[in-house]
Design a protein around this ligand. Structure first.
Ligand SMILES: Nc1ncnc2c1ncn2[C@@H]1O[C@H](COP(=O)(O)OP(=O)(O)OP(=O)(O)O)[C@@H](O)[C@H]1O
Length: 322
């Protein structure tokens, strides 16, 4: 039995390609209705994990559960539970948008009337109704991505797997895909997505897993991840007077501490954790008034960097895959 109530779960999931261990003992469970983000640098094992979860690759070891039932050797038996959004190669360029959707419905064994109705509903919802009778091959990249997403949802799956849903499309199309995902989550669809864009994960995901070299490096809500990485090694003191005259004396008094003065603020950093009291004593002994002492936390990007050793990508306006 899998974990009670999980939409799906992996335990010690492992994949070797010859001598290379691409996925190394991953364990996590995704709750129904959750958007779960899977982030990691290139080659971390994200696609390989999705391929195992969706039955395109066979695990070397480990177990996979869908809604509590083990499906490790029989992912095909769980495929009615999942929609899969990979590349747009799985649709036919010479067929219209509508025909593509109806064809996908037929592959899932939906009856003609039902798939026609569902295709119409999805075209409407994804803003593709005006392009329904146009060839898929003539769609823009952003429209293609939306149709691929619609095709994955034709059979109303409770779980959606997306591998980099917004890579290579422009900012407006990416925003429209994100709002569609958000709406699906509100309706209870469980969404598992890989992304390189940390701000996308932060905006969209209920929880985020960072993976590096096939291993789970960190897992939690954005707040959890930020809190776990918040070390007491940075503190800013806002002083009543100019900060610069105190810089040298402070560094001398606290070996291993570096500080930067800017106007009335001293930004104090250390490799070790810093208690506030010794600094307050330092300021008191010099009759310096401290108006505020602020602890600075890391950004999610810094957490990612810390746990994966790699810098996440930033989306730029008009960003497209090279
Ligand atoms: N079919 C394969 N045969 C051999 N090695 C593979 C195969 N597929 C993936 N790998 C290797 O497994 C590792 C993980 O690859 P994977 O594609 O899962 O990473 P990823 O996190 O999705 O990376 P990216 O962000 O670049 O898409 C990489 O070192 C990759 O070269």
């Amino acid at each position: 039995m899998g974990t009670d109530g999980a939409a799906f779960e992996v335990r010690e999931l492992t994949k070797d390609f010859g001598p290379l261990r691409a996925v190394d003992g991953l364990s996590f469970a995704v709750a129904p209705g959750e958007i779960f983000g899977f982030l990691g640098p290139n080659g971390a094992g994200k696609t390989t994990t999705i391929r195992m979860l969706t039955g395109l690759a066979r695990p070397t070891a480990g177990r996979i559960f869908f809604f509590g039932r083990e499906r490790t050797g029989d992912i095909k038996g769980a495929q009615h539970l999942m929609g899969i959004v990979a590349d747009d190669d799985n649709l036919y360029p010479e067929m219209t948008g509508r025909a593509n959707l109806e064809f996908c419905g037929a592959l899932y064994g939906m009856e003609r009337g039902e798939r026609r109705e569902r295709a119409g509903e999805l075209l409407e919802r994804f803003g593709l109704a005006p392009a329904a009778e146009r060839r898929f091959g003539a769609y823009s990249k952003g429209m293609r991505r939306r149709l691929v997403l619609a095709a994955a949802l034709i059979h109303r799956p409770p779980i959606l797997f997306l591998d980099e849903p917004t890579t290579g499309i422009d900012v407006a199309s990416a925003r429209s895909i994100r709002s569609l995902l958000d709406a699906m989550r509100r309706e209870g669809t469980t969404i598992f997505l890989t992304t390189h864009y940390i701000e996308e994960a932060q905006r969209l995901c209920d929880r985020i897993a960072f993976i590096a070299e096939g291993r789970l490096a960190a897992l939690g809500t954005t707040e959890d991840l930020l809190a776990s990485a918040r070390e007491d090694n940075a503190v800013d003191f806002v002083l009543a007077g100019p900060a610069a005259p105190l810089k040298e004396a402070l560094e001398e008094a606290f070996p291993g501490v570096t500080c930067r003065a800017e106007g009335g603020t001293l930004f104090v950093r250390s490799a070790r954790s810093l208690g506030l009291e010794p600094f307050m004593d330092f300021f008191r002994s010099r009759a310096v008034e401290v108006r505020e002492a602020r602890r600075e936390g890391p950004s999610l990007e810094e957490v990612f960097l810390g746990v994966t050793g790699s810098v996440p990508r930033k989306r730029k306006k008009g960003d497209r895959r090279p």
